[in-house]
Design a protein around this ligand. Structure first.
Ligand code: IPE
Ligand code: IPE
Ligand code: MG
Ligand code: MG
Length: 328
């Protein structure tokens, strides 16, 4: 099967149908008589992948959940949270573009973007608050980890001594946490056992790590038309991703010092950003990063063995390859 076919089967018409219901639900929660509605709908309605709701729903179905209406609101709540984190992340990272358009902070100003993100968080918890305590706890824990991950990452900006271990910890917290939370919530609401919830958590960890590593690869060699984000953002932001870490480890001394010099500076010219990308690409950093995703793919596959066989488990299995090779 080709990858396109895998991707179509991972998110097939059945799952896309459920996601349409999530879309309708999302719109209900961003209503406001003020400009807030325009501010938050700007990013919310700009063509996100809706990966987290999709995974939540697949996890729900994978353990036998049957009342899809039961998980549509919580799937929407998680997407509202995800959108809020993107709006705040773009302030944190001082980014110009996301999803092929100006970031919310560039378009509406930082203050409006802060409040817009807060509004989305509140609306998400208004929906989430109607669910059992275990669900609220799973999502709150994920949000807390995500915030902690962002702060640890901020403390490591421009730190050319950042290790691979620190990087792994950051991406587990900032990215894998909400993906894991989505899968756990879906599994819990579908009536999954403790073992199944743990398996979903392990799968989510693996998928989340793959997802962020591929995001970091796309920052170096992605197609901007597809990703909707400019190349080299991590360099401009002083983020030491797995690719930068690997390049610093393997470049000859002189070039390593040059790359370290660029990465440790707060201000860069576009020539310097381009030079840093060239230096990274002159090493095996991209291949090395892909190799690491194979390790996490094994984590995912082992986790899936603890789930009952089903078409939905097959979709989760397909999702591993789809996310490893994604180009947007
Ligand atoms: C972007 O998440 C932030 C990361 C964790 C890399 P997505 O890539 O899921 O963003 P959208 O929702 O599809 O734009
Ligand atoms: C995103 O991390 C994770 C969040 C908590 C939103 P990044 O900062 O690496 O993601 P992009 O590249 O801006 O989407
Ligand atoms: Mg960012
Ligand atoms: Mg960031």
């Amino acid at each position: 099967m080709t990858l396109e076919e895998d991707a179509r089967q991972f998110l097939d018409d059945e799952i896309k149908g459920y996601l349409k219901a999530v879309e309708v639900e999302l719109q209900k929660h961003i209503k406001s008589d003020t400009k807030l509605e325009e501010i938050v709908s700007y990013l919310l309605n700009a063509d996100g992948k809706r990966l987290r709701p999709a995974l939540l729903i697949i996890a729900y179905k994978a353990v036998g959940g049957e009342e899809i209406e039961e998980v549509v609101p919580i799937s929407a709540a998680i997407e509202l949270i995800h959108t809020a984190t993107l709006i705040h992340d773009d302030i944190n990272d001082d980014n110009d573009f996301r999803r092929g358009q100006e970031t919310t902070n560039r378009k509406y100003g930082t203050l409006n973007a802060i409040v817009g993100g807060d509004f989305l968080f509140v609306q998400a918890f208004r929906v989430g608050g109607t669910y059992p305590w275990d669900v609220i706890r799973m999502i709150a824990d994920a949000c807390r980890e995500l915030a902690e991950g962002e702060v640890i990452q901020n403390s490591n900006r421009y730190n050319t001594g950042e290790t691979y271990e620190i990087y792994q910890e950051i991406i587990r917290m900032k990215t894998a946490s909400l993906i894991t939370g989505s899968l756990k919530v879906g599994c819990y609401l579908g009536g999954g056992s403790e073992e199944a919830i743990q398996a979903m958590a392990d799968y989510g960890y693996g998928i989340g790590m793959i997802f962020q590593i591929t995001d970091d690869i796309l920052d170096v060699e992605g197609d901007v038309e597809k990703t909707g984000k400019p190349l080299g953002s991590d360099i401009r932001e002083g983020q030491l991703t797995i690719l930068a870490i690997r390049a610093l480890e393997t470049l000859p001394d002189e070039e390593r010092d040059e790359l370290a010099g660029i990465l440790s500076r707060v201000e860069h010219s576009e020539e310097e950003v381009g030079r840093a990308l060239d230096l990274i690409k002159s090493t095996d950093a991209v291949e090395y990063a892909y190799e690491q995703t194979h390790h996490y793919a094994d984590v995912c596959r082992q986790a899936l063995e603890h789930l009952p066989e089903s078409d939905y488990r097959d979709r989760l299995e397909l999702g591993i390859g789809v996310i490893m090779t994604r180009n947007y």
